[in-house]
Design a protein around this ligand. Structure first.
Ligand code: GTP
Ligand code: SPV
Ligand code: MN
Length: 601
């Protein structure tokens, strides 16, 4: 079999920063004996190390250097065409009992799974280098911050983790020498990138993840979905905090009053764009800043919810990103960026569908084939991504490193719904908000393999990321609510409602500021609303729509509750709860009955 990840041989002073914690050393020793690598490379996160790894990756065609003038210090990686998104059907939660994983997760028995994976890993790194990558999730001085190690045979993974986390010596320092300290064990091997030998397995009780057979995104950057969300949510429930699939943004008024908002939208439903929003000209003096674009770790302090972004970079959807839709993202990815599966132009620049300007006359597509504007195939894969340091973001929030986190005034749920769900509405109280989250649904996207555009229930945007029983997760949300004396208000939004012509009714992107403004008004108790069966709904004059080119009918359609559509929706809520086989807490069942009753009033 061809070795797809040949070993590299660093000079003295690179790759030799061994941790001193005996538990880590023992674990690496065990995995070394199992996978039998040519050598072990201990990462320290230094600049010199990074330069060496990039140079070796260029030699092995893992990376392509981009035009230094157009995108300085940036690279393109092409993943195997069979390996371009998260794969939910081979993602497992391996708890001692199936019940602990719950009705929404694939479960497999821990002992059987270890034995199967160890079989696959046996000798898997022969002729390869095993990288040991220490990292922390969270700001360096936060009580929420956690340590992880990822063992991998992929240089692309090392380079990506370096962007996405605080990687290297900082983690060794944080971990210290206590052999009983809590840290996450992540094991990754590309094997031969065969979809039939691809498994992403989580062992929450052991704080361990083993991922084999993939080289792409959330399957292999184990810090992200695997640790910060699946294992994170399990630990959060046990330890009394929250790990959520949420962006975190700051909104500051012209008078200097600032609120923070966390929002959970499913994959490829607008988190990165919302987190980097630039208010339209009409909102002169308003400022939106980014704390995080994908994951929030939150805890209760003084009866309020405080959030940190555990990550250090953004792994964002490229197609559709332009100076028109998201200028802050464009500025963030102009330099020091690792691109995956976008198109390469003849002058070694990057291109994708939706980028500003005319398409190139010729390019190399994400698969490495010739491409012209007449080609049937897309030049960039729909789930092509950028990995870029959050410090590239011109709108980065000044408190992003604050250990205690930022206080959350509002939580927003949202999905991609062509119909039924209004532009925005507010829950009556915390438990009603939990119900909104628990019953949210969204059309599936290219972020995971499988059908695109099918409506599925995705509670709190955590369906693929909740590392334990979803019923216990709902209960955990309600327990958190009981402990909050000053809880955030909870909202639901939908940027994606379509009109009769099949086009989006709402312009979205920067114009979402108009919805955000109403959310802030509600937090400050200045915003108006009408009581509707689904929650507090703005009337058209409660939203600031000045200088927006939108007609009355579209606004009415956006804010409308169509009783026929909602009868279907209510039936789907019931079907969803029923499908969970009795794990849904009584209180949420009651919420559903109350919702039905409000429609019948
Ligand atoms: P993940 O990184 O997969 O978690 O995605 P995300 O939730 O961060 O979504 P992102 O902001 O990258 O947006 C995904 C897609 O939705 C892109 O193609 C965007 O152009 C599009 N999008 C984002 N916001 C809006 C919006 O307000 N309106 C419309 N119509 N499309 C949007
Ligand atoms: C998502 O799918 O929610 C992502 C991309 O953020 S990945 O890291 O591949 O999971
Ligand atoms: Mn995401």
């Amino acid at each position: 079999m061809k070795n797809i990840a040949p070993a590299i041989f660093p000079p003295n002073g690179i790759g030799d920063t061994k941790p001193t914690n005996q538990a880590v050393l023992d674990w690496v020793h065990e995995l070394g004996n199992l996978t039998k690598p040519e050598n072990i490379f201990w990462c320290d996160g230094s600049e010199r190390e990074n330069e060496f790894l990039i140079a070796e990756s260029l030699k092995q065609n893992v990376l392509i250097k981009l035009n230094e003038k157009k995108v300085p210090r940036s690279y393109l990686h092409r993943s195997n065409p069979n390996d371009v998104a998260r794969v939910e059907k081979v993602t497992f939660i391996c708890t001692p009992t199936k019940e602990e994983a719950g009705p929404t997760n694939n479960w497999s028995d821990p002992a059987d799974t270890y034995s199967k994976l160890y079989g696959l890993l046996n000798g898997a790194m022969r002729g390869r280098t095993m990288f040991v990558v220490p990292y922390i999730m969270g700001p360096p001085d936060s009580p929420l911050t956690k340590v992880g190690f990822e063992i991998t045979d992929s240089k692309y993974v090392v380079l990506s983790i370096r962007i996405m986390t605080r990687m290297g010596k900082i983690a060794l320092k944080r971990l210290g020498n206590d052999p009983k300290a809590e840290w996450n064990r992540g094991v990754h091997s590309l094997l031969d990138v065969d979809p039939d030998r691809r498994f992403i397995c989580h062992f929450p009780q052991d704080n361990t993840i083993i991922s084999v057979g993939s080289g792409y995104g959330g399957n292999v950057l184990l810090s992200k979905k695997c640790f910060a969300l699946r294992i994170g949510s399990y630990l959060a429930c046990k330890q009394g905090w929250m790990a959520e699939h949420m962006l975190i943004l700051g909104v500051e008024s012209p008078e200097g009053r600032k609120h923070y908002v966390a929002a959970a939208f499913p994959s490829a439903c607008g988190k990165t764009n919302f987190a980097m929003l630039i208010p339209p000209a009409h909102f002169n003096g308003w400022k939106v800043t980014t704390v995080g674009d994908d994951i929030a770790w939150m805890e209760i302090r003084d009866g309020r919810l405080f959030a940190v972004n555990p990550e250090n970079g953004y792994f964002g959807v490229v197609p559709g990103t332009s100076y028109k839709s998201n200028p802050n993202a464009m500025k963030s990815i102009e330099h020091d960026t690792l691109y995956t599966n976008v198109a390469l132009t003849d002058d070694n620049d990057v291109w994708w569908e939706g980028k500003d300007g005319a398409p190139p006359k010729h390019a190399i597509d994400w698969r490495g084939n010739d491409w012209t504007p007449d080609s049937k195939e897309k030049a960039a894969h729909p789930n092509s991504r950028f990995a870029t340091p959050m410090r590239n973001n011109p709108a980065l929030d000044p408190d992003v490193e604050k250990g205690e986190g930022v206080p959350i005034s509002a939580i927003i749920f949202g999905g991609r719904r062509s119909d039924t769900v209004p532009l925005v509405y507010e829950a009556f109280d915390w438990n009603h908000g939990v119900y909104l989250g628990a019953t949210m649904a969204s059309e599936t996207t290219a972020a995971a393999t499988g059908t695109v555009g099918k409506v599925r229930r995705d509670p709190m945007a955590m369906l693929p990321f909740c590392g334990y029983n979803i019923g216990d997760y709902f209960r955990h949300w309600m327990d958190i609510g009981k402990r909050l004396t000053n809880p955030p208000l909870i909202f639901n939004v939908n940027w994606f409602r379509k009109g009769e012509n099949g086009k989006f009714l709402w312009p979205g992107f920067g114009e979402n500021m108009r919805v955000l403004k109403w959310v802030i008004d509600r937090c400050e108790q200045t915003g108006g609303a009408l009581k509707s069966p689904v929650g507090w709904l703005p009337s058209p004059h409660d939203l600031d729509l000045e200088e927006l080119d939108i007609d009355h009918k579209s606004v009415a359609d956006l804010l409308g509750i169509d009783h026929e559509e909602w009868q279907k929706e209510l039936a789907e809520h019931k079907m969803f709860f029923d499908s969970l086989g009795g794990v849904v807490p009584e209180e949420l069942q009651k919420q559903r009955e109350q919702l039905v009753a409000r429609f019948n009033e």
